[in-house]
Ligand binder design. Structure first.
Ligand code: KG4
Ligand code: ZN
Length: 331
């Protein structure tokens, strides 16, 4: 079985070709240079850029995979959540190819894609496990019981972790997206400023990041000469401690010994290092997707689609984009 997957939920155009065992090609066209000057994604521009990039990336991916369009057995695309104009490009492209070549089509929840990204590198992780999903729009803790059965046990009460990285990066006059830029700045800083760890005293699994963001803002206003490197490093330590504290608390409360961390923020090196240290100390196992599968990509969409394909779950061609799709609404 050969599957072609498309991811166009936000500002990265992703195309991947997979068989049941391997990723044969995985390509990404970033639009950072288009949106950077606006400080965030401009939806109309994003959709137009997807439209330009997607056929080029498909040709490149087929070449790298050593196959032709007629070898593809199934076309998969993200249906949501995301920007509606962007989603419609990938979705319509995949459906069009499925109709023209009389092959099947599978619509994939972007968040399910993030969860399954870890299986691209570690195919034999055993259920159940605790998952921290930390991206630009989501920060939640789930207990994953099977490929499509999961329970949400914690979530953010305000901003998502990636959103907080982006907002604090903007306060520090860094570019967009803020996470990688803030991480770079933090690497030469000293995490000496005691920013708060909101909700850390409470015995629940929820996050709150808006108080932390406000604390950074006030600190900057009151100390305009403060080292930006130290602010970045201190913010990064605070958010990483918050994320990991709750995630490992979930493992403890539910007596689960495997933890998986996915989503764009999972590419943060401090988060990965600290999680591995903590897991070793507690005799737990922790897994992350390789960094290129943490941020948005089409290989993860293909990996989730393969789970559906294996079980004979196909989508109707009337499937539409769902901008506010949550994890529980489609599975
Ligand atoms: O999963 P993702 O690529 O897109 C969404 O589905 O939202 O996540 C993007 C988010 C952005 O907020 C970005 O700033 C953050 O992930 N991010 C990072 C890092 N790389 C990306 N945050 C912290 N450290 C990083 N290295
Ligand atoms: Zn994402």
């Amino acid at each position: 079985m050969i599957l072609a997957a498309f991811e166009t939920s936000c500002d990265d155009t992703g195309v991947a070709i997979l068989d049941e065992e391997r990723v044969l090609a995985n390509n990404l066209a970033s639009q950072v240079h288009v949106h950077g000057k606006f400080g965030g994604v401009v939806p109309e521009l994003a959709a137009r850029k997807h439209l330009e990039a997607i056929p080029v990336l498909l040709d490149k991916s087929l070449d790298e995979a050593g196959c032709s369009l007629s070898d593809v057995d199934c076309f998969a695309a993200t249906i949501g959540p995301g920007l509606v104009g962007s989603l419609l490009v990938g979705l319509s492209f995949a459906k069009g190819l499925a109709i023209a070549s009389k092959k099947c089509f599978i619509g994939v929840n972007h968040l399910l894609g993030h969860l399954h990204a870890v299986f691209l590198a570690f195919s034999d992780i055993k259920y159940p496990f605790v998952v921290l999903l930390a991206s630009g729009g989501h920060s939640e803790i789930l207990i994953m019981e099977s490929w499509e059965k999961y329970r949400r046990v914690g979530k953010t009460r305000d901003d998502a972790a990636g959103e907080s990285f982006d907002k604090v990066a903007r306060m520090l006059d860094l570019g967009y997206p803020g996470g990688p830029e803030l991480e770079l700045l933090a690497s030469s800083g000293n995490p000496r400023i005691p920013f708060p760890r909101p909700l850390s005293e409470e015995n629940n699994l929820d996050f709150s990041f808006s108080g932390l963001k406000t604390a950074v803002l006030y600190h900057l206003r009151q100390n305009p000469e403060e080292s930006k490197e130290d602010i970045a490093a201190s913010f990064q330590v605070a958010i990483v401690e918050s994320l990991l504290g709750k995630t490992f608390l979930a493992a403890d409360l539910f007596n689960i010994s495997t933890v998986v961390i996915v989503g764009g923020v999972a590419s943060n090196t401090l988060l990965r290092t600290e999680a591995s240290l903590y897991a070793r100390k507690k005799n737990l196992e922790v897994f992350f997707p390789p960094k290129q599968y943490c941020t948005d990509n089409a290989a993860m969409i293909g990996r989730a689609a393969l789970e559906m394909l294996k079980r004979g779950i196909f989508s109707d061609l009337s499937e539409n984009a769902v901008p506010y799709l949550g994890l529980n609404e489609s599975y």
